[in-house]
Design a protein around this ligand. Structure first.
Ligand code: RIB
Ligand code: CA
Length: 306
């Protein structure tokens, strides 16, 4: 069982990853924190609660976090995820109230309550995580590990940027936060575009038709989310579900151990994640390959079951 605290910016693929987690007995989601990224933070906070309520998981608390990156204004991705950030799905607005704490304070509280036992999953810009680490420098060492979706490391032909030709969205959005997190000493597993942009790891129209044959709430919601991406983007990229899959079956991935430099500021190379071949400390695990078909088989088996 993995005890998970999850910082996210739902977003279609964050929502797909959350549904996967809720359908996976290996994962216990202790709490969710939300950050500005794919959508403004009030919208990502509403979307996390919309999904939880729909799947009867409203006991999982949601705490709202940063409304913009540390040193930049927000550049959202609603043009990709739809006006509501969730592919215009038919989920009603949330009834659930937000947990009465700032995200970074909530993150700290959950980790402190179970030192060494909690895995932090981060599938949005790293603003909240950086705040938590800056407030409590001992926090990275109290995590079981940190699994994050972010970066483009040039380890495969897919490892190019998606926000700029060189940088991945989460890291580009808040490179200063990513620099803090990547140098925090946490045991980091980074899943970047090198593996998430592999076409073998993306859902297509045929997968969608299979999901449509199931009439459970989870399958119904997955079908809506995937339909939107297939309709407007040709396939459904599984960036965040792949990050979660590190906890479900680590054998799906190959990794390299490396130091990663994050380019800060706002020039052409903002958010570039550069592998530094050094034997220094602050090494992180970077996913260098994924078994895409086996990942999709795992995802669909969880979503299609009762
Ligand atoms: O670059 C893809 C990442 O940015 C995903 O986590 C997506 O949800 C957005 O946050
Ligand atoms: Ca995300």
């Amino acid at each position: 069982m993995h005890k998970v605290v999850w910082d996210m910016d739902p977003g279609i693929d964050d929502a797909l990853a959350l549904i996967l987690a809720l359908k996976s007995p290996e994962i216990q989601v202790l709490g969710i924190t939300t950050v500005a990224g794919n959508a403004p933070v009030k919208m990502t906070s509403a979307n996390a609660r919309r999904v939880l309520e729909y799947l009867n998981a409203e006991s999982i608390p949601v705490a709202m976090g940063a409304s913009h990156p540390l040193n930049h204004s927000l550049e959202d991705a609603l043009s990709y995820h739809g006006p509501d950030g969730l592919g215009n799905c038919d989920l009603p607005p949330p009834k659930l109230l937000l947990y009465p704490a700032k995200a970074w304070d909530f993150l700290v509280r959950l980790v402190w309550d179970a030192p060494g036992e909690v895995t932090l999953v981060a599938t949005g810009p790293l603003t909240n995580v950086a705040y938590a680490f800056e407030l409590h420098p001992e926090l990275p060492g109290l995590l079981a590990r940190l699994v994050l979706m972010g970066g483009a490391y040039g380890l495969t032909g897919y490892g190019k940027g998606n926000q700029t030709p060189y940088a991945e969205f989460n890291i580009w959005q808040d490179p200063e936060a990513a620099h803090i997190v990547f140098n925090s000493g946490a045991d980091i597993f980074a899943v970047g575009l090198d593996v998430t942009m592999d076409p073998a790891a993306c859902l297509n129209r045929q997968h969608l038709e299979r999901v449509k044959t199931r009439h459970t709430p989870a399958a119904h919601l997955v079908a809506q989310l995937v339909e939107y991406e297939v309709k407007y983007h040709g396939c459904c990229r599984m960036h965040d579900p792949l990050a979660l899959a590190v906890l479900l079956d680590a054998s799906l991935f190959d990794y390299i151990l490396a130091r990663v430099e994050v380019v800060k500021g706002n020039d052409w190379d903002r958010g570039v994640t550069r592998i530094l071949l050094s034997n220094s400390s602050r090494l992180i695990h970077v996913a260098s390959a994924v078994d895409g078909p086996r990942f999709l088989k795992l995802f669909l088996s969880r979503i299609l079951e009762e």
